[in-house]
Design a protein around this ligand. Sequence first.
Ligand code: F6R
Length: 610
Amino acid sequence: MCGIVGYIGSQQAYPILIEGLKRLEYRGYDSAGVALQNGKIHVYKKRGKVVELENFVGDAGVNATVGMGHTRWATHGEPSDLNSHPHSSRSGKFALIHNGIIENYAVLKEKLSRHGYTFESATDTEVLVQLIDFFSNEGAHNAEEAVRLALHEVVGAYGIVVMASDEPDQLIVARKGSPIVLGIGEGEYIVASDAAPIIAYTKDVIYLEEEGMAILRKDGYEIKTIGNIPRTPLLERIEMELETIEKGGYDYFMLKEIMEQPRSIAESIRGRVNKDNGVVWLGGLVDVQDRLRNARRVIFVACGTSWHAGLVAEYLFEDFARIPVEVEYASEFRYRNPIIYPDDVVIAISQSGETADTLAAIQLAKEAGALVMGVVNVVGSSIARGTEAGVYIHAGPEIGVASTKAFTSQVTVLTLMAVYIAQLRGTATPEMRSAMKELLNVPALVEKILESNDYIHSIAEEFRDATNFLYLGRGLNFPVALEGALKLKEISYIHAEGYPAAEMKHGPIALIDANMPVMFIATKDESYDKIVSNLQEVVTRGGRVIAVVSEGDTNIRDLAEFVIEVPQTNPLLTPLLTVIPQQLLSYHIAMMRGCDVDQPRNLAKSVTVE
Ligand code: F6R
């Protein structure tokens, strides 16, 4: 949440910052701003998207080779020009951009008010920049020391970049709880919330460590802790290509990412399944084999779509590895004083690897001595670095705010993990091995479902004006129903709910009438007959039924108004197929309603605040 970017070098900073902000915009798009340094700090900021800022700056043309920019997801203070970052201190000496939350900002604000400070915005961030100014006036030797003294008083999370007008050739960077990546180029440095703005300039990066600080100057850089202890930087090379973060001919990232799934699922499987015997190999789990073999229980912690992937995994882990599983909302788990045993395995599922609640949940699990693992997409992210073992999903950058390809890759990797742990615990069966061989064919099956795109578009025409939607599924398709409902509400703003189909009779059936579209996910599996009965109950009450069914199902074709077929496969793999029509339907309905599918209102891609 919130994207920050800074540049120092020999090139003009402004175009680099604007391009960087566009690449970071998926992290927040309530407002944007830049600060440029040329003997004086010039700040431009505007409510709205980066393009509004660009229009506002026009050809003001500040000649500067040092600068920083911010794209905001509002927490404290409504989206407005005034509340936008960068924030400046009252003396004009300091400017600051911030991702995170200063939790004790009210106390600090009161203290500063007593010293005559006034505030023009409603943000927590302005308090921090004024606090830096305060310590500068109190005799700090330089800007860096003022920043350090201020950070010692701060409770909360931050990734910050600070500029000081009288120390023009430097950027001061610090982080606690919010990610910061430093791009190390030839005589130039780019700092950002993630690697996206960096890779056009350099692939050499340093992931700033927790409570770390960096001083970037034109002629070099220093890495230290906030406590001023020098650290030896660990330079890493990132393997991300520019085209993976571009739209590649599509109008929207979301559609690109939906269409990319045959490839992203294949990447998640690559090198992990022996195609001859179906044996699974996960290099990231080798060092913890004994602990997995002897584990008492698995607890998944995740949020949103990743939590839905955890629900799918619950079925698979219990079925394959015969190990008890709990699936927890990270935000609930961390505040509940949960019972965690040292022989538990806690698995964080996260696309971004930065979700604040998920990070806090794994911290809790670590303190309790559990084995903490990650199923993460973003390489080098905080969760990836903060877990003892794990498996990357390798879906490639996901930029559309609504998660699509990350879900299918998470489910793919979790399926592999379930079989891998079954192998370790001696519960693997020939059926599982044959399911793994079928998994290798899933990318081709997904490709086939994507061919229904035009037909799904025509279904979307029918339901574009709906105000409610119900999604029903059983077994492994229940989490898909939840995911379908989430996708629809978050990008089209239609109220939608997902339920286990059998629960319908316990309440939601009261909602059924001719205005209630009901999406049934009713592929051929052991609960097929039961879900057909549920479907009939809806039809009898006049509900409009769309059904996702197994190819060749003529039974439901006679009952439902619209039927979307998915190819037959092993029932344990069906979520990977049945979710695709949900994504496409939501996408088309949202487009028809004129919604911004890539940047839906109020949302942001990585939720780094609690
Ligand atoms: C929904 C969506 C969110 C995320 C959730 C967790 O489309 O994207 O619900 O799934 O915010 O994010 P990660 O997986 O990055 O931890």
